[in-house]
Design a protein around this ligand. Structure first.
Ligand code: MTE
Ligand code: MO
Length: 384
């Protein structure tokens, strides 16, 4: 069993698939803390977790004329300045179950918690590429930076993905070769000893157990870059889909969801009020500037309070424009409407480009169930 050496996991995680391991925390845990503890951070593995010996680990940087740069873990830690970035990771399939309930899609049936927030520390990819000889001459012909994981399928094929070169080399891109998560060495499930963290970019490009970096003219030729993680029209089905016709997902659209109360919860009338909590985030470093909450299915709205810190901790320092990589948690406490027996709680977020979430799923439905970001709706009943 290639999965026999997979690490232990926290029992509270909701398992979507055991081998490979895919799991998300109960939603209310996400809004309990701004920084998601690593044990509760969602886990999305396509393959068995590789066992990597940190003492003999090597990272190869290829594709730049002049040769291959090979770094040990020690080299990565000592030859480059250490940077720390707080960044939210979201799987392209987060909230896929809501698409599934409109019409069947292919993929893991994620709820609303295939998203989490952590602090990541490591070397900047930019610094490593410069050390490998990256310069304006390379920018003439190179367009992408590919990443290969050390996790392999039975045929020996590794997990792989790529990002645009601009994102990788930009001073403002904040792409890390991370060896720490939340102040400790990376857990096995999250890519020990080194993973790429591409802030603002879909989870799939944040390659774990990083083995090779390749500066290239072309995107990664991996299955996950070419024939997966792409968006299509609601009218496209498996007979007509042409994966070459759509770009690989990189930045994700604006997103939010209600983490508590849970769908189907019962609230006592005597409580007099209801507190609604959730998360909101947008891709590409776009900052969430507002979250609107409705208790009546979207007829009337109130503005939620946003928070970018853990209670008792100082708030995250304001991010330069375009570099808001981390989510906002939000909260709204409102009196229970006197006549209602039932509430349909809805949330929607707005980012600083004034992008907003679509109100329903059908117009954004797609056969792979990715990019699911319609208004999130939760029904609760009021007990007299
Ligand atoms: N990297 C490798 N090497 N293998 C993988 O299976 N899964 C990707 C990405 N990086 C994956 C990977 C996907 S689809 C997601 S959503 C994120 O890792 C999940 O990161 P996490 O498990 O740390 O939450
Ligand atoms: Mo993912």
């Amino acid at each position: 069993d290639p999965y026999a050496s997979d690490p232990e996991r926290h029992p509270v995680l909701r398992i979507n698939n055991l081998k490979p391991f895919n799991a998300e925390p109960p939603p209310e845990i996400l809004s309990d803390s701004y920084i998601t503890p690593s044990a509760f951070f969602f886990k999305r593995n396509h393959l068995p977790v590789p066992q990597v010996d940190p003492a003999s680990y090597q990272l190869h940087v290829e594709g730049i004329p002049g040769g291959v740069l090979t770094l040990s873990l020690e080299d990565l830690k000592t030859q480059f300045p250490k940077h720390t970035v707080t960044a939210t990771l979201q799987c392209a399939g987060n909230r896929r179950s809501e698409m599934n309930s409109v019409k069947q899609v292919k993929g893991l049936n994620w709820g609303i918690a295939a998203i989490s927030n952590a602090t990541w520390s490591g070397a900047k990819l930019r610094d490593v590429l410069l050390a490998a000889g990256y310069g304006p001459d390379v920018a003439q012909w190179a367009h992408h930076v590919q990443f290969e994981g050390l996790d392999k399928d039975v045929t020996g094929t590794t997990y792989g993905a790529s990002i645009p070169l601009n994102k990788a080399v930009s001073e403002e891109g904040d792409v890390l070769l991370a060896y720490e998560m939340n102040g400790e060495e990376l857990p096995a499930d999250h890519g020990f000893p080194v993973r790429v963290v591409v802030p603002g970019t879909v989870g799939a490009r944040n390659v774990k157990w990083l083995g090779r970096i390749i500066v290239s003219k072309d995107e990664s030729s991996s299955h996950w870059q070419q024939n997966d993680y792409k968006g299509f029209s609601p009218g496209t089905d498996w007979d007509t889909v042409d994966f070459k016709s759509a770009p690989a997902i990189q930045e994700l659209p604006v997103q939010s969801a209600v983490t508590t109360p849970a769908d189907g919860a019962v609230i006592d009338r005597s409580a007099g009020e209801v507190t609604v909590k959730g998360y909101a985030w947008s891709g590409g470093g776009r900052e969430v500037v507002r979250v609107d909450v409705s208790l009546d299915g979207g007829k009337t709205w109130q503005v939620a309070q946003l928070r970018a810190n853990d209670k008792g901790q100082p708030p995250e320092p304001p991010r330069p424009p375009g570099r808001a990589w981390a989510w906002k948690l939000w909260e709204l406490t409102a009196p229970l409407p006197p006549d209602a027996q039932e509430l349909e709680i809805v949330c929607k977020a707005v980012d600083n480009s004034y992008n907003m979430q679509p109100d329903t799923v059908p117009p954004i439905w797609n056969l792979r169930g990715v990019l699911s970001n319609a208004w999130h709706r939760v029904k609760v009943t009021i007990k007299e």
